[in-house]
Design a protein around this ligand. Structure first.
Ligand code: AMP
Ligand code: ZN
Length: 429
């Protein structure tokens, strides 16, 4: 029923295991120049339960950048066999190093994650992630092989070839990012196939924020079951938290990580079930442990037990990033609020783009929205009506009225990897 019995471990035993591994992690981390300094004076005897993690300092992305490339390595460089980098687009990169044992741990977590949403060794998985520094390529790949699935490293792009591979090899599981999935569904139709006739049954979607509405659209258009998956390079990559077949939040693997949710302003834990910033500590990494990492991702723990019987707590889908938040006319706005609102409208196509612009002295938001072909009519009045309706719906959600621009389908450029949802043009137009 489970890939690993630890998934349904009794909570008391699980927390004991976490405390033990946390103490080990501290000991290992201290062998790195960065944590030798950061954890100076800490007495490991003070760490008795996983809750004692709050006695440790936070680690931020800036710390990782400042320590680039080797400051967090707890072993000699010779012991490492792999390096990945986070997809952050600005400034110094962040590099993550893995020993062979770390790669094995990661592959196990990935295999467990995929099993959890129904993948089995008889499945055939096609991975449409780019195979580069991005962890979605090799991370998914090794996990899929670990589970025993026939694994096709298709890589990104070239939809025609992707479709042929899917049909030739009867692919049943697709790893695909949500923004690509919607585009892909359309390409499949254009190529003359009905998604209902495709061999696939499971889509593993993740890597970028998306709403429940976007998932519903993917499931409907692709005729597939889509499972949300969360991960970040700093915590290995994918396989940190994954949905089970019940699709009610993602089980976060607590034997491998300690997760906390804090108020990003104060650093204090939020009340159970409230949204805040996810903070994570590795418990099973020997090469480059990371303690209390500020992910900047906003989510909450879902209270209660899951019907699947797994005891590891679930996190809700990521609603945005603590640093993604836009403040317009004094109102906090997250791109996902906008997506949710747009995707709920039947006229709206697949893609949209939020632009922040300056008009005179005030900041404005312009939302470009692709409209489905059948609604893109020549009747000006109908189009203006639609434009107004979109603006009104958005206003009731985000409390400011954005400029809305209707676009033809496929006219908004698609990013190669993760979708770019917000562009700041202030002072640049
Ligand atoms: P990277 O380390 O470059 O792969 O990027 C990791 C980041 O991608 C995370 O910190 C999140 O912001 C985002 N991310 C990954 N998975 C998801 C997901 N399922 N939903 C929303 N955002 C995600
Ligand atoms: Zn479950």
């Amino acid at each position: 029923m489970y890939y690993d019995p630890v998934e349904a471990m009794d909570r008391v035993a699980l927390e004991q295991l976490q405390a033990e591994r946390l103490r080990e992690t501290i000991e290992i981390a201290r062998r790195s120049p960065f944590y030798a300094e950061r954890l100076k004076g800490l007495n490991p005897d003070e760490i008795r339960t996983p809750a004692d993690v709050v006695k440790l300092p936070f680690t931020t992305k800036d710390d990782l950048r400042n320590q680039y490339p080797h400051g967090l390595l707890a072993r000699p460089l010779d012991d490492f066999v792999r390096l990945h980098a986070s997809s952050g687009t600005t400034g110094t990169p962040v590099a993550i190093f893995y020993t062979q044992k770390d790669l094995d741990t990661w592959a196990d977590l990935m295999a467990r994650s995929m099993y959890c949403c129904g993948c089995r060794r008889s499945d055939v998985l096609q991975n449409t992630s780019g195979y580069g520094l991005f962890t979605g390529g090799l991370g998914i790949h090794y996990g899929s092989e670990r589970l025993g699935m026939l694994t096709i490293p298709a890589g990104a792009g070239n939809t025609k070839r992707q479709i042929k591979m899917i049909l030739d090899h009867q692919v049943t599981v697709l790893h695909i990012i949500p923004s690509f999935a919607l585009y892909f569904a359309q390409k499949v139709r254009e190529a003359g196939y009905d998604p209902e006739d495709m061999p696939w049954r499971i889509a593993l979607i993740g890597a970028e924020p998306h709403t429940e509405q976007a998932r519903a659209k993917i499931e409907e258009l692709m005729h597939i079951k889509a499972y949300n998956s969360y991960g970040l390079s700093e915590m290995n990559g994918p396989g940190v938290a994954f949905e089970c077949v019940h699709q009610k939040g993602m089980h976060l693997w607590e034997d491998a990580y300690i997760a906390e949710i804090i108020n990003p302003e104060t650093g204090e834990h939020v009340a159970e079930g409230e949204v805040g910033e996810l903070v994570m500590t590795t418990l099973k990494r020997e090469g480059m442990p990371i303690i209390r990492y500020r992910t900047r991702d906003l989510t909450r723990f879902i209270p209660g037990k899951c019907e699947c019987g797994r005891t590891h707590r679930r996190i809700d889908r990521i609603t945005g990033r603590a640093d993604d938040m836009m403040i317009l006319k004094g109102v906090n706005i997250y791109p996902m609020q906008i997506e949710q609102c747009l995707m709920a409208m039947p006229e709206v196509g697949q893609n949209y783009l939020i632009e922040l612009i300056r008009e005179g002295v005030s900041d404005q938001m312009r939302v470009k929205v692709e409209i489905k072909d059948e609604y893109f009519v020549e009747d000006m009045r109908a189009l203006q009506g639609l434009q107004k309706r979109i603006a009104k719906n958005l206003c009731s959600e985000i409390l400011v009225t954005p400029r809305v621009e209707l676009c033809q389908s496929e006219s908004i450029p698609k990013a190669e990897g993760k979708a770019v949802r917000v562009v700041d043009l202030r002072g640049k137009e």
